[in-house]
Design a protein around this ligand. Structure first.
Ligand SMILES: [Zn+2]
Ligand SMILES: [Zn+2]
Length: 415
């Protein structure tokens, strides 16, 4: 479930409401767009309901780590997947609740800024440790497949920190969201030793959305990770606090009113299980296709959706598009209306390669045990928009005939 975040417009200061995945802040009041740049972990705080006489400078904030994303793991002869959406305690404690439960979804949270004047407990539990704990196969799965784990990937993963506000009154520690006592005893001094004050590096900063190439306004949707310049037909992603151009193309359709969905086209070679071209991929995954000389000439590319989908749909689409790449023509760099926003980063797409191999393999028993020894060498990457017909409930890809329900695309925006 998505979180609702209360945020002030970086340009005019007006209060606006954001979703968790939003990066392009479009202010309805001053109409200025700003792109949010995280420096490390995004940090939020739950609103407190502490009594007015409690001095906010004396309050404490306990970190909870929030994970949201999909996990894919290959064991035995199966590729399994699961959605993870959880908020877990980031400090060792016997009195604080283990998780925030549904609280972050039920209230409007805000980014931590210098306005929060209390003390923040230092995180003592590593994010990786928590992630491994919450991503353990379920009991049901682990009984069915006691076999070794061949690969594990987290895709579309977002990690953030949500602070639970606390205060001490008459020697009692209170949960300041519900004003309920958590523990007796303990002193503010001892808690302060485990805490830090606000650090300016915790707050994201904002980039003006101007094309670095021609100066025109960059456009995108609220959750776009890649912004477009329709004037000079360039695409930009944020890296280390600035916009950098990315290699992109659009497969041109001669039909009107097409919808374009973005894919990361990742050209690779693999070692361990050697694949030097598309024909190798077809043979190794045992596709029911006659391998032809033309396939030997084709560079192997993985076609990974550059937008979020439920794990099953995501991996099936990646596999089907990768198998169908022989039908896809080259494109050109022209912007057009109806291009779906990029909501999944290239670095996330790269994580999916072994899972796509596993999904594609018709000989899972043979291929899956080889995955741990396999590694991919990236040769090139390119963002490619493919044309889809609008067929009522579905989008149908023009060249390959693959279809995607509109409802899963809509649902993916909230993942
Ligand atoms: Zn504004
Ligand atoms: Zn431009």
């Amino acid at each position: 479930m998505d979180l609702t975040i209360q945020q002030n417009c970086p340009s005019c200061g007006a209060e606006i409401e954001l979703n968790e995945a939003d990066r392009l802040i479009q202010c309805p009041y001053c109409e200025v767009n700003n792109f949010m740049v995280n420096r490390g972990l995004l940090r939020f705080v739950l609103p407190d309901k502490a009594p007015v006489h409690i001095d906010r400078r004396e309050m404490f904030y306990a970190p909870y780590l929030r994970f949201k994303g999909n996990i894919y793991y290959c064991t035995g002869t199966h590729l399994k997947h699961r959605v993870i959406d959880t908020t877990q305690r980031g400090v060792n404690s016997s009195v604080l609740p283990l998780s925030l439960g549904l609280r972050p979804q039920a209230m409007r949270i805000s980014l931590v800024t210098d306005m929060v004047s209390g003390s923040f407990f230092r995180q003592t539990v590593k994010a990786r440790t928590l992630l491994e704990k919450v991503s353990q196969p379920t009991v049901h799965d682990s009984e069915k497949i006691k076999a070794s784990l061949y690969s594990r990937a987290y895709i579309g993963e977002s990690l953030s920190c949500i602070y639970l506000p606390l205060y001490i009154e008459d020697g009692v520690l209170y949960d300041a969201v519900i004003n309920k006592p958590l523990a007796h005893g303990g002193s503010a001094e001892s808690l302060q030793k485990k805490s830090d004050r606000y650090h300016p590096g915790w707050t994201p900063h904002f980039l003006a959305t101007l094309c670095p190439h021609c100066g025109d306004t960059l456009t995108g949707e609220h959750d776009s990770l890649v912004l477009s310049c329709c004037n000079c037909h360039s695409s930009w992603e944020e890296k280390q606090g600035g916009f950098h151009p990315i290699s992109w193309q659009r497969v041109v359709s001669h039909h009107d009113h097409m919808y374009y969905l973005p894919f990361w086209k990742l050209e690779v070679r693999s070692t361990g299980v050697e694949m030097n071209n598309f024909a190798d991929f077809l043979r190794i995954t045992n596709q029911p296709l006659v391998v032809q000389p033309v396939h030997e000439q084709m560079v192997l590319s993985f076609w990974i959706p550059a937008f979020k989908l439920k794990p099953k749909t995501f991996i099936q689409l990646a596999k089907n598009m990768t198998v169908s790449q022989r039908k896809l023509p080259g494109g050109e760099q022209t912007m057009i209306k109806g291009m779906h926003p990029v909501t999944l980063q290239r670095t996330e797409a790269v994580q999916a390669l072994k899972s796509v191999m596993a999904e594609a393999a018709l000989n899972k028993q043979q291929l899956l045990p080889l995955l741990p020894g396999m590694s991919f060498r990236p040769l090139a990457s390119d963002l490619t928009y493919l044309p889809f017909f609008d067929r009522g409930h579905d989008f149908v890809q023009e060249q390959s005939g693959l279809s995607l329900a509109k409802s899963v695309l809509r649902f993916g925006r909230s993942l």
